[in-house]
Design a protein around this ligand. Sequence first.
Ligand SMILES: [Zn+2]
Ligand SMILES: [Zn+2]
Length: 171
Amino acid sequence: MAAGSRTFFHCHPEEEDPGVLLDPGNQVSEPWGEPEHGPCDKCGGQGTTIYECFSCMEAGSDPECPACQGRVRFEQTCPTCEGCGEINRHQRHGLAVFPSREGLYRYLAWKNDARIEGKVVVELAGELSEDLDLDADHGALLVFPQRLVSVEPLDPAVVTAIRDRVGAEEG
Ligand SMILES: [Zn+2]
Ligand SMILES: [Zn+2]
């Protein structure tokens, strides 16, 4: 794949103009729900965690994958606490995206509090952020979108089918 031709996928409410995603003021990511401070619940304070690239788990290992470079499952610095064992920083620079449609669908299936009705899948082109998404361990990336490539309805039946196959997160 040629440099610059990679696109990314983001879930967005259908009633809102996806053009707002191109506004730099909207290109920050925060966790869903109430932020928690204190010991890192993702890695148990160890500072590293197992990454599983949802895009490559769904669509097959891709050596060009910007989330995992085809490694699919590996251990690396925890994205939530950035290795220090405590969560200090919730806001990240960039819009949370997946490098494939399949990865986005799998993430929504895994997120048991994801709202999947009335959503669209927005395909974007842009620059990768230097920052790590809080869910980088599931193959989420942060980008600064520059261009909308496509917008299509999110199919809730696909999310449900993946959830039936692999299950949702616990808790
Ligand atoms: Zn991958
Ligand atoms: Zn951690």
